[in-house]
Design a protein around this ligand. Sequence first.
Ligand code: ASP
Length: 321
Amino acid sequence: MDESLQPAWPAGWTRRHLLDLESLSREEIEILLDTALQMKKLTQGCRAKVPLLSGVTTANLFFENSTRTRLSFSLAARRLGADTVDFTASTSSVSKGESLLDTAKTILAMQVDSLIVRHRAPGAPYILADNLDCCVINAGDGPHEHPTQGLLDMLTIREHRPRFEDLTVALVGDIAHSRTARSNIWGLKKLGAHVIVCGPATLVSRQWEKFGVEVAHRLDDILPRCDVLNLLRIQFERQYTRPFPSVHEYALLYAMNRQRMERAKSDILIMAPGPINRGVEITPDVADGPQSVILDQVTNGLAVRMAVLWLTCRVAQQAAV
Ligand code: ASP
């Protein structure tokens, strides 16, 4: 392969799995972001192919719904020249009683090198990483973590505001049930940003202060100080009781709309992990407006996932030599 298409190998990267951002050092997060940026350049904005992983096979093992993450992992693998297969729980033998480990072992027996796992149970990817001889990437484990989402959010912020130490980033919405919130908190704190978690008291407890973040219950109070707003979806599928009287009331207090944009910094970045619920956490004019970087996040997701697949698979290949 043409050497100019080979990204420089980062000496500080030794991991074969990506399970969370909590256990990563600042240096490792920076390696992931720098490599993602290199991938973006090498593939002309995530468009072209570079055969960095030819001969490798990745499998998406998804036990929960997904649009962005699953497509993005598949495309990232293909951009790198890998083969990729898809597993969907509802159409598989899981519905016949097969366990998570047996399902994963069956897929691995087809000579798969990397498992990309989404599961409703927090910790499921750790079980696979502990018991199987392959790379494991966490694509969302219940409300726990979604590390590639955190990374793509940080990459998108860094493209606009390179110094995290100068930034106030607010995560707004259903913090209690959001894996995006957790991965963002760990990552952003390590890079030096000031993080605010904001939402109704039923979804944002004071206990979050223990993690070094500011807790707020009124968006209007914090809005003028924010450089970035990441508007999180209300995770109704994870809630056992309704945390606020009505969606309308939530939107009145927390939806980012035109009136609130007038009170925000003029260069504020508006982000959302998606899927977005127009009219609930964000109004259409703001979602499609000039400060929105929501679709840039999606493109950066490809770059981040190429970086994660390449770095983890290379460590596994080197260990096998
Ligand atoms: N797509 C993100 C996730 O899987 C956010 C969301 O679903 O609201 O966690």
